[in-house]
Structures are given as C-alpha cells and as structure tokens.
Design a protein around this ligand. Structure first.
Ligand code: HAM
Length: 416
C-alpha cells in the first residue's frame, strides 16, 4: 500500500505557504507592538509535565496524548499545547529572576489524538502568548486586546469574544459541591470517564465531548453564581478594561475550558466560519500553574490560537493574501557556451540580490520561452550563440513584449 500522511495531519504545500507566511508576519508584528518576545521550546516534553500542568482529569491528558517511552525508558509526550512547556522553560531558565513581567509569544505544532474533521487535526499549529507576573486584570485585557487586534488586522470581523470567570480553588469548593449535587441523580447515565470525574473534577463533566453527557449537563449550576468576592471584583475589573479598550464581548457562563490550570479569567474567540469547531482562540489566567510546576508563586495569563482554523476563517471571509514576489527574470539559453554564460549570469545577479530562474530541464528554446512566461518573471534574458559572441544578452519585457540587446555586464543595473 502506498504510504500516506498519518490521519489527522496535513502537508502544507507551496500553494498554501503565502497564507501561512502572511499570518506569521502579521502575528509577529502585532506581538512586537505589544512588547512580546518570541520563545521556542521542544516539541516533546516529559509526560509528567502535561499530567501536572494540563491536568490529569482533562480530556487531553486522559485521551489525547501521543505518549511513548524513549529508548532510555523515559516517558515522553508530544506537546498537546504550548503553555506547560513555556512555563517549564520559564522556570528552568530562571527567567523569573529578571524584572517582571515576562511577555512571550510562540508558534508551535501541537499533537492531540482527536477525531479528525474540518478544523480539528491531530497535528495542528498554534500561535500563543503568555504573560508572567501581573496579577492585575490589565494583563488579561492586554492579552485579549492582542488577539482582537491580530484578528482585525487580518481583516476578520465575523467573530465574537466570550468571557467568563471560573474562579479560584477556593470558590471551586462550593461549586464542586453544587455540581455533584446536580449530577448525582444522573450518575448512572454518565460516560465512564465522567463517572470517575464525578469525584476527581466534576467541572470536567461540563466539557465532555459525549453528546449524552452534554445533554445531562444542561441546566447545571454555573460557576459565576459561586465565585468569591475577590474573583467577582477581578471579573468586573476585566470588563471595565475591555470597555475602556472598546472591545466588544459577551459573558458566557458556559465557558469552562478544557485544561485544568485556569483560574479566574477564561475567554474564547469564536467564529461561525470555523464550523462546529468554532473556537479560533482560547485562553485565560492561571495563577497557580507556575508554582505547581515547581516555580515561584507567580500568576500567568495567555492564549492559544489555532492557525489552521484561522486560515479557514480567512478563506471564508475572502481575505486577500499578498502574493509572493515572482523572480525578476528567467534566463533562456541554448547550447553549451550560452548555458555556461547563463549559469555565470544567474550567479552574478543572485549575488546582487536579484531573484532569477533558468532552465534546469534541458528544454529547447521555444519550451523555455513558454516556461519563462508561465513562471511569472518580469523579464526574460535570452542568451544564444550570437549574443554570446557579441558579449550581449537580449532583454525582453514580458509585460510589454519589448526587447533590446544590451551588454551582458549591464543586466543587473537594467533589472534594478
Ligand atoms: P486550547 O483551547 O486547548 O488552549 O487550544 C487553543 C486553540 O488551538 C483552540 O482555540 C483551537 O483554535 C486550536 N486547537 C485546539 N485543538 C485543535 C485541533 N485538534 N485541531 C486544530 N486546532 C485545534 C490551549 O492550548 C492553551 N494552551 C491556551 C492558553 C495559552 N491558555 C493560556 N495560555
């Protein structure tokens, strides 16, 4: 059988690269405007990092991780998300010792064993940002503003921002009891995973992908009714900051997020263009994670934004992607002498920063001309025996069809 790409993965072919490069450039630029620096961390980490960081009652850790023993017998996992690895790097490299805050961005492949469908892959890519240090809701608002600015800069308008507070460990004690009270009479109908979550982390039942559990969860108590004074004040603050920024949002008490590390702020940017998998970007605050992973007691906040889903949204919105620049010239040559001259000329022009193509296929003159036309190059440089003997080339403007003979050593200046 022919070898195929693994299910849920996608080749990113040259035709798609301009769109990728475009969103990458814009994201890097917006991050610069907001004062973020790039970080790159390994694509795999010790499994324990995700079990502790993402949380061992989450769907991701329980069902979706690519975990394997390496040849040294250590359990490793392909990163299912970016936050845990960046926090690990922050602690391990003692970035916390510098004046705070630390503001980082990244672009990473992530791996989750999910059922593939449009906008849901097993290998997908994320842009992400993380801020360490600020407890103030200003940071949450800035992180949200960064995502909002990015989406709008790309020309997207058909999306909405939903925010929630999922409280702190203290408020969650009461909420857990309320949830357990709600699910107790329905316990037997829950899926096996949720039966175990009932004791360990009943909030996760609300995030279960099983349609039965989703149905059973309808009408469940909402966390906003249980958050403590502190968390409620922080949530009010966040809304004030978003109002000041003029960023539209709605409060959605149903947002629980699929990872265990969140405290207080949780938010999602959703877009209908992405279909059933409507979440373009998800994030929030995680005030205990850095300490849980072995670092100082420092708060954090950030988001992850799915690049494949972003590209679906861009396509459906008809956003125009800047076309990549074509070569300035295609050198057409025939015969051994002219071919050697073509090679030398190509080297000279490239050395001066001019992109040129030449025939690598051993084609005749006519097919070379045809190919030069298809290549989109603005000029064709023709070198035949006559030109070579006279130390000239024929320079043809592909748009106007005009052509002239010029000295071979003036081609670079003519093209510039
Ligand atoms: P997440 O909500 O799990 O959060 O993922 C963030 C985004 O990644 C989603 O909104 C979606 O666009 C994209 N995504 C997730 N799973 C898939 C998939 N299977 N296929 C395609 N795209 C997908 C996190 O990962 C957190 N680390 C975000 C964060 C950073 N929170 C704080 N800091």
């Amino acid at each position: 059988m022919e070898i195929q790409a693994p299910k849920g993965t996608k080749d990113i072919l040259p035709g798609s690269i301009p769109a990728w490069n475009y969103v990458e450039r814009v994201f890097a630029d917006i991050c610069r405007l907001f004062g973020f620096e790039e970080i790159r961390t390994p694509a795999f980490e010790q499994t324990e990092l995700f079990a502790r960081g993402v949380g061992d009652t989450s769907d991701i850790v329980q069902k979706q991780m690519y975990t394997f023993d390496d040849l040294g017998g250590r359990s490793m996992t392909l990163r299912p998300e970016g936050t845990a690895g960046v926090v690990r790097a922050f602690i391990e490299n003692k970035l916390y010792a510098a004046p705070q805050p630390t503001k980082l961005w990244y672009e990473i492949p992530c791996f989750r064993y999910e059922k593939p469908q449009s906008g849901r892959l097993r290998e997908f890519h994320q842009f992400g940002v993380e801020v360490y240090g600020p407890a103030d809701m200003l940071a949450d608002a800035e992180v949200i503003a960064l995502a909002d600015t990015f989406l709008r800069r790309l020309g997207l308008t058909d999306f909405s921002l939903r925010i929630n507070s999922i409280g702190c460990p203290e408020c969650r004690v009461k909420y857990r009891d309320a949830l357990k009270g709600f699910f107790e009479p329905k316990f037997d109908e829950l899926c096996d995973t949720c039966k175990s979550r009932f004791e360990t982390n009943p909030m996760r039942i609300l995030d279960c992908k099983s349609s039965v559990c989703q149905e059973l969860g309808k009408g469940a108590p909402v966390i906003l009714d249980y958050i403590c004074e502190d968390c409620a004040a922080a949530f009010a603050d966040l809304q004030k900051n978003l109002d000041a920024l003029g960023i539209p949002y709605s409060v959605d008490p149903g947002i629980v997020r699929g990872l265990d590390y969140y405290t207080k702020t949780a938010f999602e940017f959703v877009s209908d263009a992405v279909g059933a998998q409507g979440t373009l970007c998800g994030g929030g605050r995680y005030d205990k994670l850095i300490e849980e992973i072995g670092g100082p007691d420092m708060p954090g906040v950030g988001f992850g934004l799915g690049i494949e889903r972003l590209l679906l949204a861009i396509e459906s919105a008809g956003v125009e992607i800047p076309a990549p620049e074509k070569a300035a010239a295609f050198i057409v040559s025939l015969g051994d002498g002219p071919k050697a001259a073509a090679l030398a000329l190509a080297a000279e022009l490239r050395g001066r920063g001019i992109a040129v193509l030449l025939d690598d296929m051993g084609r005749g003159m006519k097919p070379q001309m045809k190919y030069a036309d298809r290549s989109g190059a603005r000029y064709t440089i023709i070198i035949g025996d006559d030109e070579l003997a006279a130390g000239t080339v024929t320079l043809r403007n592909m748009e106007t069809g005009e052509q002239e003979r010029i000295p071979a050593d003036s081609v670079a200046d003519a093209l510039k």
